[in-house]
Design a binder for this molecule. Structure first.
Ligand code: S3P
Length: 173
């Protein structure tokens, strides 16, 4: 039987990148980062795609990368925070994987994302306000994305171990 992917979704700063690295070690599965795939294909950084071409173009590149990467099994797939917004993204990811959604409070998200200029959506004078607004709009999408995992006050390794356990139970189950 083909090995299903482990897919990580969740808002920016919920720890997808750090947790996916730990998971890749624990489960011995290749790591695929959708943002990195987009940057590779476009030959540009995410921030430059947003500033030069706009969010709509970025979302199309994201859908294309997800469709391509989801075809292969046996991988840890880490998505960008907005991947949940398009139903076709989630259908492609679910079709070949078990989807988890990482969660954290706005304050924790702010402290994990501050100091980085990599996230165009949070480049505003009041990033906490933006985080709260975006989370409010996206909450229903995250809730139906997959198995919700609270990351508050946990290390990436602890979160990865929790996910690996759920994945193994589900796969053997
Ligand atoms: C985005 C999240 C980012 C990146 C882009 C848009 C979003 O990824 O895909 O800046 O819409 O939430 P991370 O969640 O890995 O920061």
């Amino acid at each position: 039987m083909p090995v299903r992917n482990v897919v990580l979704t969740g808002f920016m700063g919920t720890g997808k990148t750090a947790v996916s690295r730990e998971l890749s070690h624990i489960l011995g599965m290749k790591l695929v980062d959708i943002d990195a795939e987009i940057e590779k294909t476009a030959g540009k950084r995410i921030a430059d795609i947003f500033s030069e071409s706009g969010e709509a173009v970025f979302r199309d590149l994201e859908t294309e990368a997800i469709r391509r990467c989801a075809r292969t099994g046996g991988q840890i797939i880490s998505t960008g925070g907005g991947a949940v917004l398009r139903q076709e993204n989630m259908e492609a990811l679910r079709g070949n994987g078990l989807v988890f959604c990482l969660d954290a409070s706005p304050g924790t998200i702010l402290s994990r994302t501050s100091g980085s200029s990599e996230r165009p959506l949070l480049q505003t004078p009041d990033p906490l306000r933006r985080i709260i607004e975006l989370l409010e709009y996206r909450r229903p999408f995250y809730e139906k994305a997959g198995i919700m995992i609270d990351t508050e006050k946990k290390t990436p390794l602890q979160v990865a171990e929790e996910i690996a356990e759920r994945y193994r139970a589900d796969t053997q189950g």
